[in-house]
Ligand binder design. Sequence first.
Ligand code: F6R
Ligand code: ZN
Length: 205
Amino acid sequence: MNAHNNPSAAGGAPMTPWAIEIDLLEATMRMPDRLLVRRASDMRGYYRDAAALEHLIAAGDPLHYEVLEKPVPEERGHLMVCISRLQPGLVGDECFMTKGHFHAVPATGEIYLCLRGTGFMVMKTAAGLKAAVPMRRHQMVYVPPWWAHRSINTGDEPLVSFCVYPAEAGHNYGDIATAGFPQRILRRGGAVQIVEETANFSRPA
Ligand code: F6R
Ligand code: ZN
């Protein structure tokens, strides 16, 4: 067998082609095989106002975000697709966000096609580069290889994106939980602000 008739990286039978229904208006995937759910209590350590987060958890531990997936083998050559659905809300004056991650295989990029809502994709590299790219319906954000990424919902409805990335990419959350990102997105009296992370914004003790 050569590379043309054996597309499976594992050397077994090639995957059978498949299709799924993605409702672009409802911004949902029909019958996902895997559902990752993160609630407020999964986000301890990520927001600058830890007391506000605890208040939210005590008040019912609301849903933060869901990732709907049709997983494929985590092998080079395959493409992982998912829908990320991030709820609107505030922790203190900081907008709801995903944890954010580097890819475990860092030289892998990702495409986020925003289907609904408004927000930002904040990004950073290990070498200290930073970026905050607006997300809104019909906007595609390209996350290049080597950039950690976190989506943030600045609006009043869910921020929903369709994501595609190399299936071998994996997730590396390690540094994010402790170091965070250089920029935080706040909403005060309806006005959205990008705030540079400084010592003044360190988490309350
Ligand atoms: C995959 C990817 C998304 C996120 C999802 C949740 O590489 O970027 O599917 O995994 O938006 O965010 P995290 O994983 O940071 O909790
Ligand atoms: Zn990713």
